[in-house]
Design a protein around this ligand. Structure first.
Ligand SMILES: Nc1ncnc2c1ncn2[C@@H]1O[C@H](COP(=O)(O)OP(=O)(O)OP(=O)(O)O)[C@@H](O)[C@H]1O
Ligand SMILES: [Mg+2]
Length: 272
């Protein structure tokens, strides 16, 4: 069944849950607003940030909201997500992200990046390097990042690192060889799973954006989605989209808990 047929069946304007959300349409309950504020405040006072949470809870979306909340001219952000690289290629990625010409050796690349950062500080510009999926950083890169985080001539770093990743990242940072970096991170956030009331709000938000109503699902169906998705927004999306496609194919309205559970059984191999 096509997206168009599903949206028509439920009287929606667009296929919801199937695609990513634009920055301005992100779901922003008070708890997430507070997290975004905590991170932006941390960056304004030049702190480094650690954002951890299980897969699909919305860490990368929070980083997008942070990017929107800070002026780019004062806080230029470089988003680094290819985290499996060795040290030289990691700094090459940073250079390319900054629009610099990559050099051949790790030392020359690092020099290029640090010169760029120092020049920005003279203009009171505070660069932010966002390292997403940071739990996958190689030891040689994670173990070297404190050097980048360590321009403390001004008693404050000249750049902020935002490390985001799965809870393993926090555990890795606590290891003795990473204590230099870990001890410099003052802004720490652990993103929790959504509760059942939040799951309901989230589904409502996504449906309203598409011109739909929460009554597409029964209350029990929403509860079933919450329990089966385990608080992960990505799994809520996946399950809700699959349930809507299945209900449209069977011409069933509203979607009940039995249908959600049946779809989950079929979809299980893909769920995290
Ligand atoms: N604030 C939000 N508003 C709307 N949708 C969201 C929001 N946060 C997350 N989502 C939905 O959940 C999906 C997963 O979110 P995101 O990629 O941010 O999770 P993550 O925690 O970074 O996951 P991973 O650890 O796997 O990288 C998004 O693609 C989006 O569809
Ligand atoms: Mg992510």
């Amino acid at each position: 069944m096509s997206d168009l047929e599903v949206t028509r069946f439920f009287g929606l304007r667009l296929a919801e849950f199937d695609k990513d959300v634009d920055d301005q349409d992100l779901w922003t309950p008070q708890e997430r607003v507070t997290i975004v504020e905590k991170i932006t405040e941390g960056l304004r006072v030049r702190q480094h940030v650690l954002l951890c949470g299980e897969p699909g809870l919305g860490k990368s979306c929070i980083l997008r909201a942070v990017r929107r909340a800070l002026p780019d001219a004062k806080f230029p952000m470089t988003y680094l997500h290819n985290t499996t690289l060795g040290r030289r290629d990691f700094y090459r990625q940073v250079c390319v992200g900054l629009g610099l010409t990559p050099k051949a050796t790790a030392a020359a690349l690092f020099h290029e990046v640090s010169t760029w950062v120092t020049q920005r500080s003279r203009d009171n510009i505070h660069p932010v390097f966002i390292v997403d999926e940071a739990q996958m950083l190689r030891d040689e890169v994670l173990g070297h990042l404190h050097v980048l985080a360590n321009y403390e001539w001004d008693q404050k770093p000249l750049l902020s690192l935002v490390l985001s990743g799965l809870p393993d990242l926090r555990i890795r940072l606590e290891r003795p060889n990473n204590r230099s970096l870990n001890s410099r991170i003052f802004c720490r956030i652990e993103l929790g799973e959504t509760g059942s009331a939040e799951t309901r709000e989230y589904i409502l938000h996504r449906l309203e954006r598409a011109g739909g109503k929460l009554s597409i699902f029964t209350d029990d169906a929403i509860l079933a989605i919450h329990e089966l998705a385990g608080g992960s927004l990505r799994d809520i999306d996946r399950l809700a989209a699959a349930a809507m496609a299945c209900a449209a194919a069977r011409r069933l309205k509203p979607i009940d808990a039995a249908l959600v559970k049946a779809v989950h059984e079929l979809d299980r191999p893909r769920m995290s």
